[in-house]
Design a protein around this ligand. Sequence first.
Ligand SMILES: Nc1ncnc2c1ncn2[C@@H]1O[C@H](COP(=O)(O)OP(=O)(O)OP(=O)(O)O)[C@@H](O)[C@H]1O
Length: 271
Amino acid sequence: MNTAPDHTNPTQPLLQFAEAVVVRSGAPILSIDSFVLHERENIAVLGPNGSGKSTFIKLITREVFPLHRDDPPVLFRGSERVLLTEVKKCIGVVSSTMQDQITAHISVEDVVLGGLFGTLGVLPHFQVLEDSKEQALRAMSLMGVQDLAPRDMKTLSTGQARRVLFARALVNDPDVLVLDEPCTGLDPEGMFHIRESMRHLAQAGKSIVLVTHYPEDVIPEIMRVVLLKEGRVFADGLKDELLSSETMTALFEVPLQIQRRRGYYSLVSEY
Ligand SMILES: Nc1ncnc2c1ncn2[C@@H]1O[C@H](COP(=O)(O)OP(=O)(O)OP(=O)(O)O)[C@@H](O)[C@H]1O
């Protein structure tokens, strides 16, 4: 098998999982029989708590590894072996838990620059070039947080901090944005702005991989949804078909109703 990455071949998917199984404490917590993500495709991964969404994302970002098989269970742009630096350059990640991981006093600019090194700040031995500072400024401007650059990250509101984390994910100008529950903890205004940002980024050509519990986060640009349940793919297909009251009720195992308005979906509990 040719394991050299091929960025020029448009027929090569960005990502392929085949019989990918992740085991923890002796038991499988995620088993994906087959999954393909094409370049510039937007998807939403939905599922109840504990269904395996974070593990699925970590398979994509190469933070967890599946059980070894002779046929590789994960291919990145057709390649089995890929450098972590290459993955980090291609994929920007935003997770609602990142903010909690910042325990020291770090400036907003340093948090954004950290995206260039795959860290949440700038370590003393990192060499920050003028170009890097310009990259950080561009990413901050894109998210409208450039005025916050000197501020201590710990002094920001949750909404401001989330936009800074988006800027951090964008600093490398990645092809793909993996957004792990990007609206968690935000008020309605914060959610609105994050959903609008997701729309702009998708329209600018970024591939969006969104993980969420809520159909409300599924922006109109996302056409495909992957539903996870108990560590397996429950369904994978068109949003219009799968975001139905019947399928959501079966996924979450409580009576739910889906409403659709102007390209957005919302979930209502039936009491
Ligand atoms: N180290 C571990 N040992 C045992 N079980 C684990 C371990 N890590 C994760 N799990 C289990 O794997 C399952 C999937 O976890 P994961 O965090 O991927 O789910 P999730 O869908 O992201 O959940 P949530 O929506 O609550 O964030 C859960 O049942 C979890 O308890």
